[in-house]
Ligand binder design. Structure first.
Ligand SMILES: NC(=O)c1ccc[n+]([C@@H]2O[C@H](COP(=O)([O-])OP(=O)(O)OC[C@H]3O[C@@H](n4cnc5c(N)ncnc54)[C@H](OP(=O)(O)O)[C@@H]3O)[C@@H](O)[C@H]2O)c1
Length: 228
């Protein structure tokens, strides 16, 4: 069903899951504004219905503030920070280059929560701030190890998001930490469980169900609650 009355700001949509979310929401009739930090030929080529496109690197606080200023006066039902990295994810913590591990923390935890803080005034009453987490961010579900610095960055994102929600409890929006499934993107790799469309259709359903709900939930693309 087309829902032209709904709108989303998708941050980190040049490719992969962000691009897939833009396509899924446009197909549902949402009004979509999408961001990329550089060249994004697939996003720019979307037709016949195209998103509005903005440029922002989430590691640049001033650029995120500039985005908020350019969008001042707009309001979005969903602001979804999707951008993330998995640099040297297979390198164990004792061996990973310190600077690389710190950059993964910056882009996956610090930058998304600071972007959420900056962009929260753009969220419509009853809307959602969504952040792309991962099941790998669950401390309780870590029975297999691996991807240590990436796991830690997403666990930090989960913790920072819980604290963000407590600070913003009086504000009229809810929060979703999302696990998209293990998805065949550049990050997920060719052996992943599901394709982008399966993940993004599921996430779009979850977002539509969560609209109007307050609090902070940690859900996968099927709407299942994950352990912290
Ligand atoms: N794929 C999976 O199985 C999976 C599972 C769980 C969670 N996730 C999470 O889902 C999100 C998207 O992953 P994906 O699989 O779509 O990965 P991907 O194909 O590697 O895409 C990553 C996206 O993040 C953007 N990005 C990275 N750093 C950025 C920055 N500093 N500022 C703005 N944009 C930035 C990239 O932009 P450029 O094109 O400019 O590099 C790209 O659009 C990530 O947060 C990831 O951790 C993925």
């Amino acid at each position: 069903m087309a829902r032209q009355d709904r709108s989303a700001l998708i941050v980190g949509a040049s490719r992969g899951l962000g691009l897939g979310l833009v396509k899924a929401l446009l197909a549902r009739g949402w009004d979509v504004t999408a961001t990329a930090r550089g060249s994004a030929p697939e996003l720019e080529g979307l037709a016949p219905v195209a998103p509005a496109i903005e440029r922002v690197d989430i590691d640049d606080d001033a650029a995120v503030a500039g985005l908020r200023d350019r969008l001042a006066g707009r309001s979005f039902d969903v602001v979804f920070i999707v951008a993330g990295v998995a640099t040297d994810a297979h390198v164990p913590v004792p061996e990973i280059d310190r600077a690389v591990a710190l950059r993964v923390y910056e882009t996956n935890a610090l930058s998304p929560i600071r972007a959420a803080e900056t962009l929260a005034p753009l969220v419509a009453p009853g809307g959602l701030v969504a952040l792309m987490s991962s099941v790998l961010g669950s401390v309780g579900a870590n029975e297999s190890g691996g991807w240590e610095s990436y796991r830690a960055s997403k666990a930090a994102l989960n913790t920072l998001t819980r604290s963000f929600e407590l600070r913003h409890r009086a504000d009229p929006f809810g929060m979703v930490l999302m696990h998209p499934g293990w998805v065949r993107t550049e990050m997920g790799g060719a052996d992943a469980d599901i394709d982008v469309a399966t993940s993004t259709e599921g996430m779009a359903d979850v977002l539509e169900r969560q609209l109007g709900r307050k609090g902070c939930v940690y859900l996968d693309y099927r709407g299942e609650t994950l352990p912290w």
